[in-house]
Design a binder for this molecule. Structure first.
Ligand code: SAH
Length: 246
């Protein structure tokens, strides 16, 4: 192992330690005090420094969001971990992510699931994430460009759906429709993030303006919905046919 590789591995282990600590601190909110071994292994496996712009690489393993261009951010590692844990992904699962960004969360999901579809509305981010995921060998991920507030009907239903941008006032109905029986949907909902703070960040000390929600569809198609954590995300842009009526 080269000195560089050792430095990166040390940084990643420090990131995992910070995540583990924050998971324990937020147990009253989330309902879990530890991550499952599969989620930890997935976070340990993904080279986060390959997903951030070159100028940001030295911060890649800090437990905070980072800019990825086009006014967007890669979420705080703790939030990626918490959302992934809530999604309870099994090895056979088909997963949808809305808001590809740089592709990091999609890579974490690909470590856990059989297939990942991820939708990004900004063409340039979608193209870069597609190339990056391919170069890193994440063949299980398909990157689509479009309005993910409409889900991705062509590959539905999904065992889990993660949305990494905040829906303004309600969970987009298309996402609930595309959830398989037993499926989990993890999504931030709420008006606005506090100015300057958005970026897939947990705000458990500041109180809610947006909340992370977990919806679970049972075998009969009934949906249970609970609020998990106050958060700050960039907005989910809704441009699809239903947005006008909402
Ligand atoms: N999960 C990402 C971070 C996402 S930031 C990562 O790991 O890097 C939120 C992303 O959602 C941004 O890239 C933004 O362009 C995208 N987005 C916002 N509204 C969207 C929509 N309706 N459909 C698809 N992507 C959307």
């Amino acid at each position: 192992m080269t000195a560089d590789a050792r430095t990166i591995e040390r940084a990643r282990h420090a990131m995992l330690a910070a995540i583990i600590e924050e998971v324990a601190e937020t147990a009253d909110w989330t309902g879990f005090a530890a991550l499952s071994p599969r989620v930890l292994a997935a976070l340990d496996a993904v080279p986060r420094h390959r997903f951030v712009p070159e100028g940001e690489q030295r911060w890649a393993y800090e437990n905070r969001p980072l800019p990825i261009g086009q006014g967007q951010t890669i979420s705080q590692p703790y939030i990626v971990a918490a959302m992934t844990e809530l999604a309870a992904i099994g090895p056979e699962d088909r997963v949808l992510e809305v808001g590809t960004g740089c592709g990091y969360q999609a890579a974490v999901l690909a470590e856990l699931a059989a297939r990942v579809h991820t939708v990004e509305c900004l063409p340039r981010l979608a193209a870069t994430a597609r190339e990056r995921l391919q170069a890193l060998g994440y063949g299980a991920v398909e990157v689509h460009q479009g309005d993910g507030s409409q889900g991705w009907p062509a590959a539905a239903p999904y065992d889990a759906i993660l949305v990494t941008a905040a829906a303004e006032s309600r969970v987009p109905p298309a996402l609930i429709e595309q959830l398989a029986p037993g499926g989990r949907l993890v999504i931030p909902v709420g008006n606005r993030a506090r100015a300057g703070l958005e970026g897939g960040l947990a705000l458990f000390e500041l109180g809610p303006e947006q909340e992370l929600r977990l919806l679970v569809k049972d075998a009969e198609g009934r949906v249970e919905d609970r609020s998990v954590l106050p958060v700050a995300f960039v907005p989910l842009v809704e441009t699809g046919p239903r947005a006008a009526k909402a």
